[in-house]
Unconditional design. Structure first.
Length: 239
């Protein structure tokens, strides 16, 4: 892996805004100490499993029966066709929780070798993406994706998606002050949201004219925030 090193010039006793910096990839053993990498990784949150796929049908009288999920039924036609007509309705979450350390996207190192404080921003050291992790019944169709993400926006605000790009050389987050003769390590964490709930379809007769009830499936997983930032100081050390 190539290491990009750029020099800075700092006027003594001035508080500076970073225009050039020393940037190192998070897996560069010589520049990012192992203990810093391990500390950054250790803060990534434990992940909740994607819900086991289960399904129910509820008739117009309110009677609910657990059934084999449509995707697991052996049919001549591809799922979800079993002779009836299913029209997707909505995603109903049981819960939505924000995860501020869903993924570690990289660590940035800046060395202030002067006698003056410096003001810097996190700079992405390599291009990467924060990606969602959801059940296949969410990721399969665009209308289901849209309903799933819309419910997250209602529950916790912000903007949510299935992939967010982070570009090498781009600065993110608020300014950080670095003391004189100090090296700082900043880690960028992808913010996510975990949820579990039910996907709901309306079930119609084979002709599509008579409503028979509803069909529901367990669903859930993690989506990524398209608007939140979480840049944390992982550590500092004297030069």
């Amino acid at each position: 892996m190539n290491i990009l090193v750029r020099n800075i010039t700092v006027c003594a006793l001035a508080v500076l805004t970073l225009t050039t910096s020393s940037v190192y990839a998070a897996n560069d053993q010589e520049k990012i100490p192992r203990k810093i990498q391990e500390l950054a990784d250790s803060k990534v949150s434990p992940k909740q499993p994607i819900p086991e796929l289960r399904a129910w049908e509820t008739d117009l009288n309110g009677n609910t029966t657990e059934v084999v999920p449509l995707s697991q039924r052996v049919q001549t036609l591809s799922p979800p066709s079993d002779g009836f007509v299913y029209v997707f309705s909505t995603y109903n979450p049981n819960y939505v929780t924000k995860d501020w350390r869903y993924q570690n996207l990289g660590t940035f190192r800046y060395q202030n070798s002067t006698s003056a404080p410096a003001t810097i921003q996190y700079e992405q050291t390599y291009t990467t993406a924060g990606k969602w992790n959801v059940g296949v019944n969410i990721s399969g169709k665009s209308e289901i994706k849209a309903a799933f993400l819309a419910k997250l926006e209602v529950a916790v605000g912000g903007s949510w998606g299935y992939e967010r790009q982070w570009t090498s050389g781009t600065k993110y987050g608020a300014n950080q002050t670095v003391n004189p003769n100090t090296t700082i390590y900043l880690t960028n964490y992808q913010v996510g949201a975990n949820t579990s709930g039910l996907l709901v379809w309306k079930k119609y007769s084979p002709s599509g004219t008579s409503l028979l009830g509803t069909y529901t499936e367990t669903a859930g997983g993690y989506a990524v925030s398209m608007s939140d930032l979480n840049i944390e100081v992982t550590g500092t050390q004297p030069n």
